[in-house]
Design a protein around this ligand. Structure first.
Ligand code: GLY
Length: 305
């Protein structure tokens, strides 16, 4: 595909009505994501093991890109220039460790499924941005006016695409430093990224966008990584053989939005686990905050195990 081409049907405009009451459950959301990218020539790839094999990989699979390490490093050719997957991930230690915040946040989990679309030297920033926008506002029907994007401080190109190709107003495109430079671990593939946030509304915190903080109000739902670098042991950055796309969208984080819920723990799978924990512990969810934190931790950890 030519660089900077417009993709798909949609220049979906921001005036689209909010319609986040669609009856997506976990399975439907996963299928709709994978179907969207298969229809755009991505090869459907199964989730790989939580325990990766590549010597450069972290202890546990922490992102959808881990199974593609040999491709990013140029050790193997890709089976197809584009891929999509729903990857089981575990973040309990290392660079991406959320375990301490689980239960006290409405969006963090140790185990989760990461929805991803990947380009191995094929399309790049423009198409990745447009695909994400089309899926969120077109397929899922999210209100574009609630979406914000962040880009790396140096990335005028990505900021330009958000404005020119998608029509996102400049005031909802914010720039950040290391938060917009995604790295698999202390070493390995990395690159500048553009994150997409959903604004849950003023009842969930102060305004000002994701750069102003407020993780409970502005939920990061998708990270588009422009995977072009390799972090070396000496801390330096090398170029990968190709410019790739690695995206990670949180299945469990998008689910409450399409179900009109405030927390990942209010959605189908996790709420059922909280119900089991309530029965076993003999307490009722929603009565006392410290009990609720414990029930949420039990639900998350039980699912992870
Ligand atoms: N690899 C993209 C992410 O985990 O956010």
């Amino acid at each position: 595909m030519a660089p900077h081409a417009r993709v798909g049907v949609a220049q979906v405009r921001l005036s689209s009505p909010m319609s986040n009451s669609q009856p997506f459950d976990t399975d439907e959301l996963r299928s709709s994501f994978l179907d969207f990218f298969v229809a755009r020539d991505h090869r459907l790839v199964s989730s790989s093991s939580l325990v990766p094999e590549h010597p450069a990989a972290p202890l546990f699979t922490n992102a959808g890109m881990v199974q593609f390490l040999p491709v990013f490093f140029g050790e193997e050719p890709p089976a197809s220039p584009r891929a999509t997957s729903s990857q089981k991930c575990l973040r309990v230690r290392g660079k991406h460790d959320d375990i301490e915040i689980v239960g006290r946040s409405s969006s963090h989990l140790t185990f989760f499924e990461m929805l991803g679309n990947f380009s191995f030297g094929d399309y790049f920033k423009a198409e990745a941005i447009q695909y994400a926008w089309e899926f969120l506002t077109g397929t899922l029907g999210l209100d574009g006016e609630r979406l914000w994007a962040t880009v790396h401080t140096s990335d005028d190109e990505a900021a330009g695409f958000w404005q020119e190709l998608v029509g996102l107003p400049g005031e909802r495109i914010q720039r950040m430093g290391e938060d917009n430079f995604w790295e698999m671990g202390a070493t390995g593939p990395c690159g500048p990224s553009s994150e997409i946030f959903y604004d849950k509304g003023p009842e969930h915190g102060e305004g000002g966008g994701p750069a102003a903080g407020g993780e409970e109000r502005y939920v990061e739902i998708w990270n588009l990584v422009f995977m072009q670098n390799n972090r070396l042991e000496n801390g330096g950055l090398a170029e990968l053989p190709k410019r790739n796309i690695d995206t990670g969208a949180g299945l469990e984080r998008i689910l409450p939005i399409v179900q009109g819920k405030a927390s990942v723990f209010d959605t189908d799978v996790l709420r059922r686990l909280i119900g089991s924990a309530e029965e076993l512990a003999g307490c009722v969810y929603g009565r006392a905050e410290e009990d609720d934190v414990s029930l949420r931790i039990v639900a998350d950890h039980a699912r992870a195990v």
